[in-house]
Structures are given as structure tokens and as C-alpha cells.
Design a protein around this ligand. Structure first.
Ligand SMILES: Cc1ncc(C[n+]2csc(CCOP(=O)(O)OP(=O)(O)O)c2C)c(N)n1
Length: 365
């Protein structure tokens, strides 16, 4: 390839780089819901809980980033900042015993499924009281008691596990729904397609959700994927939907509807939720593949700010009230840092524990 051709091939696809005058977006966001919270059955109290949860996820990760930069822990750190409406809207839409499983961008999922800031931060620091006993780290948050089956580092590797969870739920006739979250970069993994085929054939109650944030590491979705992501569903005759993931109400409405259908007819769904990650792929990402203009454009759509605006349109909720929630969360996260810093590392013998399912009491309940 000539150097000129090479340059064109690798040029960022962001807003400032569109050659034909048409704005190329990293992701094309569908319109968000027009339903009001009342129509969705959401009280002001629930909306405030959603706000608190999204702020917790955001502040937890902002502080995690600082701790990483301070050298408090190493390894990988993938931030979910910008995507919090998806974890929050889904968890609020689902029953507490519906099963969730995701990839390595997993902190928000853990926090919304009962991992405390202390347990989460201790896990990042590799400390014994962490949610995975300090042996998993950032990519392996899990809280199986609350039906969060964890984060996984191998792209697409967790997808067959979701099929297994759905199979178990159908076999037990417990009406639980499984939702499996994956990135746009995982859509071309064979494991996904094998699982989609099996789930459709065996009518398993599973929702496969692609969080399309526009990039797989530094590769724009338009460069790694032919056609639209959701079109993968067509090959399996699977029910499907695409919606906006920058608005928590839209996520809540759609996931609630889809979960109710899955519970009713035990047929799988393939869902594409369009979103945007505000930080790099991981901590060592110079982000040369996107432009500042593009990032600024999506920053205007911050899902937390959107919810704040909605809350403030209710005259009974004041700025002061929201600031008090933010302050409380900030203190919770700072306390978690002190806790994690002072907590002990696992004992060396812990290396030999939790190796087999038989050792783990959760599999016997
Ligand atoms: C099987 C496999 N191949 C490659 C990698 C290296 N890798 C880590 S993350 C990633 C990109 C995945 O992007 P996407 O699925 O869109 O998720 P996102 O990071 O956007 O959440 C790749 C290729 C891996 N972890 N596993």
C-alpha cells in the first residue's frame, strides 16, 4: 500500500474528517423515547435512584482512573464512562434475579448489581475483600448472589455462558431472563454465532445486547463491520431492535418490554444499543482514531446530564438536592479508596481456592 493510500485508510472517521461534507458519526443515534416517566411507571424516587446509581458509576470510575495513574494498581482498566444509562436502565427494568453477564467493561454492571464501592475498589487494588477476593481485578467483577455473572476479558468468550444460563433457566422453568452484553467488536466472533443459532433453535430466554459505542479498541465500527450490527439477527430469524443508549428512560422502556416478551414466549432477542464511550479503550490509548470535535459532540449528550435536566423539570426536585446526592456519592467513593488502600492482599494460599465449581458454596444454593 502506498503511504498516501495508507494514510487515507487509517484516517479517523470522526466529524472533522468527513470528506464529502456529510457528517460521519461514530454511531448514528436513534431518537430517544417520547414516553414520560409517569407513562413508564417511574416515580421521582425511582428517577433519583437511577441518578444516584449513574453518578456512582461515573465517580467510581473517575477515581479509579486517578488511582491507576497514581500506581495504586496495574493491569487493565477499561472505563464505562458515557455508557452508564445502559447498565442502569437495564437493571431497573429487570427483575433482581434475571441473569446479567458482560465483557471486561464491567464496573458499572457490578455496582448496579450490588457490589459496593468498597468491594469494587478493593477488587481493583487486588485486595482480599474485593468482590472477586482480589483475584480478578478490573475485568472480573462478579456478584453471583445478585445474578451478575461477571465480566470477561476474551472478546465474545462469555457469550456461550449466557446461552448456558438461559438453558438452565428454561430447564428449571423459573422464568428468569438472561441478558448478555457485548461490544460491537465481538459481533464477528464465531462463539456469538454458534450461540445465536442454538438459542433460536432451542427457544432459550436470552437477550443478546451489543453496546455499539462506535469503536472496537481504535477501529471504527464502519471499518470492522459490514452492514448494520442488528442485521445479524436476520440470519437467525431472531427478534431484534435498535435503540438509543444515551438516555436511561429509552433503555428502561425497551429493556422492560423485551424482557416481558422473553419471559412470556421464551424466544431470544438480538438488540443493538447505540452509545458512546467518553474515555479511551483502556488506560493506554492515545485516541488518535477520533477527533476532539466528535468527542465534544457526544459529550453534549451525556446521559447523566440528560437525566439531571429531566429531574430538574420536576419542580419538587432542586439543584441542591442533586448536588447533595453527588456529594454523598463522592464521599462513598473516597471512603472506598481508603478502605481498599488499607485492606490486606489475599494470602498466597488463596491462589488454590475457588479453582473448581465444587468449592464454591453459591453453586449449592
Ligand atoms: C478473542 C480476543 N481477541 C482480541 C482481544 C483484544 N481486545 C481486547 S478489547 C478488544 C476490542 C473489543 O471491542 P468491543 O467489543 O467493541 O468492546 P468495547 O471495548 O468497545 O467495549 C480487543 C480486540 C481479546 N481480548 N480477545
Amino acid at each position: 500500500m502506498s503511504s498516501k493510500k495508507k494514510e487515507a485508510f487509517f484516517a479517523p472517521i470522526g466529524l472533522a474528517h468527513s470528506s464529502n461534507g456529510v457528517v460521519d458519526k461514530a454511531v448514528d443515534l436513534p431518537a430517544s423515547t417520547t414516553a414520560t416517566p409517569k407513562q413508564l411507571g417511574l416515580s421521582s424516587k425511582s428517577l433519583l435512584e437511577m441518578f444516584r446509581q449513574m453518578v456512582l458509576q461515573r465517580k467510581f470510575e473517575e477515581r479509579s482512573m486517578q488511582m491507576y495513574q497514581k500506581g495504586k494498581f496495574g493491569g487493565f482498566l477499561h472505563l464505562y464512562i458515557g455508557q452508564e444509562a445502559i447498565s442502569t436502565g437495564t437493571a431497573f427494568a429487570f427483575n433482581g434475579d434475571d441473569d446479567l453477564i458482560t465483557a471486561y467493561r464491567d464496573h458499572g454492571w457490578g455496582l448496579v448489581r450490588g457490589i459496593s464501592a468498597r468491594q469494587g475498589m478493593a477488587e481493583l487494588f487486588g485486595k482480599a475483600p474485593g468482590c472477586s477476593k482480589g483475584k480478578g481485578g478490573s475485568m472480573h467483577f462478579a456478584n453471583v448472589k445478585e445474578h451478575f455473572w461477571g465480566g470477561y476479558g476474551i472478546v465474545g468468550g462469555h457469550v456461550p455462558l449466557a446461552g448456558g444460563l438461559a438453558f438452565a433457566n428454561k430447564y428449571q422453568g423459573n422464568k428468569r431472563v438472561t441478558a448478555c452484553f457485548l461490544g460491537d467488536g465481538a459481533v464477528h466472533q464465531g462463539a456469538l454465532h454458534e450461540t445465536l443459532n442454538m438459542c433460536q433453535l432451542w427457544k432459550l430466554p436470552c437477550i443478546f445486547v451489543v453496546e455499539n459505542n462506535g469503536y472496537a479498541m481504535g477501529t471504527a465500527v464502519q471499518r470492522h463491520s459490514t452492514g448494520e450490527i442488528w442485521e445479524r439477527a436476520l440470519g437467525y430469524g431472531m427478534k431484534h431492535r435498535v435503540f438509543n443508549g444515551m438516555d436511561v428512560l429509552t433503555v428502561y422502556e425497551n429493556m422492560k418490554e423485551i424482557a416481558a416478551e422473553v419471559r412470556k414466549d421464551s424466544m431470544p432477542w438480538f438488540v443493538e444499543i447505540r452509545t458512546y464511550r467518553y474515555r479511551g479503550h483502556s488506560m493506554s490509548d492515545p485516541q488518535k482514531y477520533r477527533t476532539k470535535e466528535e468527542m465534544d459532540e457526544f459529550q453534549k449528550l451525556d446521559p447523566i446530564e440528560r437525566l439531571r435536566t429531566l429531574l430538574l423539570s420536576d419542580k419538587s426536585i432542586t439543584d441542591k438536592k442533586l448536588e447533595a446526592i453527588e456529594k454523598e456519592v463522592e464521599e462513598e467513593v473516597l471512603d472506598a479508596i481508603t478502605y481498599a488502600d488499607e485492606a490486606p492482599f489475599p494470602e498466597p494460599e488463596a491462589l488454590y481456592e475457588d479453582m473448581f465449581a465444587g468449592d464454591n458454596p453459591i453453586f449449592h444454593t
